[in-house]
Write a protein that binds this ligand. Structure first.
Ligand code: NAP
Ligand code: MG
Length: 458
């Protein structure tokens, strides 16, 4: 069995060797999950609910430990990491109410009684990226388990530590063996087996749009269910009538949180031309005040990028081939120089609408600011993207806030705020940002089939 050396991205130092599953080990785990399904699906709803609450309680009791693991493995700030572990607890608690409330229907028909059932699918394969290892795992496994499925979960190779711990906590909480199995390994091996193994009835994938398309194509072979959460190029639209101080002060958080490694990052800021200069002059100090450094320090706003490779990708948007700063760079904040995979918060002002910085997901602390003329122009620019995940609208005109919210082709919008993810509300993308919705009341439906039964009474 091969191993992977997990690095601390803030220091570049090795922290642990993790064994990588091969195809045979993956198959064994999937087959165990298929056997476990036979009994998990029949666990009484109240008992399944109780087990999920015990899992949530175990996560809560281990919250600080999970958070410290994430700081070390992913370079997330300690405040964020605590919030992420708390999110797993909350998502488990939210869906623990589901087994007893996943109601079917009784539909009026002639000659009998017609009822519907939501039945679990079987084994669900969850493929998790490295940017939010805990929340994204929980958004997949919690509703899947609540609906009566068993789960095999592949963390990203770079960030397996918290997923491994969550697997241990599930067992400690009394979730039966085989119901929730974490399988560290390569995407091309473990992840691909989720797509091809016939016992896996659904794949939940979060990651790059390129890999997501291949997974969707692969799943078509068995008409396997799929939920995709892919990339984004979300717009933060600032109208001249907005509270510009607040819009500028919050804009760095809307894109540089988690060092910009966030599918919801508002990586394009669209500013109405009459407010453009003033907005940039307010944005500059806000960006320069972002404290980049040791993620374990409570005062830090932003940690390192996940890897040397990611830093290289992000650099290609900011530096010319010769190594000098690109002409698009307006200003930058600061970052440590040594040890880890650091990158300073960077603001670009591209003038070519076809610029890479306006089209591609950068997944780093880099934002592009562009002017627009009026509402129609703002919508035209915001929607000029293959992506459609999230976005923000800053205005004090409530009618405009609603018109523009309805006009932006994206799944998650916030007005005078950048908060677009809550465990109790649906999350997902338009266009090439994804397929299906996670979280909220509807997610359960994507982990079940509806069965219709007619009983003759005559
Ligand atoms: P990625 O390749 O899409 O990886 C995401 C997950 O898919 C990982 O667990 C990965 O495993 C797995 N995977 C890779 N190839 C697979 C395959 N052929 N079959 C099944 N699973 C597979 O993403 P990345 O390479 O880490 O990041 C590249 C870019 O994707 C980023 O720069 C960013 O733009 C975007 N991204 C977006 C999100 C998001 O939340 N929307 C998240 C992460 C990345 P391994 O760990 O073994 O590769
Ligand atoms: Mg990849």
């Amino acid at each position: 069995m091969s191993t992977f050396t997990v690095l601390n991205p803030a220091t570049g130092e090795a922290i642990r060797e993790v064994a990588l599953a091969d195809t045979a080990a993956t198959d064994r785990a999937i087959e165990r999950a298929a056997r476990a399904f036979e009994s998990w699906r029949d666990v009484a709803p109240a008992d399944r609910a109780r087990l999920l609450r015990r899992f949530a309680t175990a996560v809560d009791a281990d919250l600080e430990h999970l958070a410290q693991l994430e700081v070390a493995n992913s370079g997330h700030t300690i405040g964020n990491a605590r919030g992420e572990a708390g999110n797993v607890r909350d998502v488990l608690t939210y869906y623990s109410a589901a087994p007893e409330r996943h109601l079917g229907q009784q539909i009026p028909v002639a000659g009998g009684v017609n009822i519907t059932f939501h039945e679990p699918l079987g084994v669900v394969g969850v493929i998790v990226p490295w940017n939010f290892p805990m929340p994204i795992a929980g958004w997949g496994f919690a509703p899947a388990l609540a609906a009566g499925n068993t789960v095999v979960l592949k963390p990203a190779e770079l960030t397996p530590m918290t997923a491994i711990r969550l697997g241990e906590l599930a067992l400690e909480a009394g979730i039966p063996e085989g119901v929730f199995t974490v399988i560290p390994g390569k995407g091309s091996v473990v992840g691909d087996r989720f797509v091809t193994h016939p016992a896996v009835r659904k794949v939940v994938f979060t990651g790059s749009t390129g890999v997501g398309k291949r997974i969707m194509a692969g799943c078509s072979e068995q008409v396997k269910r799929v939920t995709l959460e892919l990339g984004g190029k979300s717009a933060n639209i600032v109208f001249a009538d907005a509270d510009l101080e607040k819009a500028a002060a919050s804009a760095p958080g809307g894109v540089f949180d988690n060092a910009g490694q966030d599918c919801c990052a508002r990586s394009r800021i669209l500013v109405q031309r009459s407010a453009y200069d003033r907005f940039l002059s307010l944005l500059e100090p806000a960006v320069k005040n972002v404290r980049v450094g040791d993620p374990a320090d409570e005062a830090t706003d932003m940690g390192p990028l996940i890897s040397a490779g990611q830093r290289e990708t992000v650099s290609s948007f900011v530096y010319d081939v010769g190594g000098g700063l690109s002409a698009e760079v307006a200003f930058q904040g600061t970052a440590p120089q040594d040890g880890g995979f650091w990158f300073p918060p960077t603001v670009l002002t591209p003038t070519d609408p076809g610029a890479r910085s306006l089209r591609e997901e950068i997944f780093g602390p880099v934002v592009a600011v562009v002017p627009f003329e009026d509402e129609a122009d703002a919508l035209r620019i915001a929607n000029d993207s293959v992506f459609g995940l999230s976005g923000s609208i800053w205005t004090t005109d409530v009618g405009r806030a609603l018109r523009v919210s309805r006009g932006v082709q994206a799944g998650n919008l916030s007005v005078n705020s950048h908060a677009s993810v809550r465990y109790s509300t649906p999350f997902g993308g338009y266009k090439q940002s994804g397929l299906g919705r996670e979280l909220g009341p509807d997610a359960l439906d994507s982990f079940t089939e509806v069965k219709n039964v007619f009983i003759a009474t005559e």
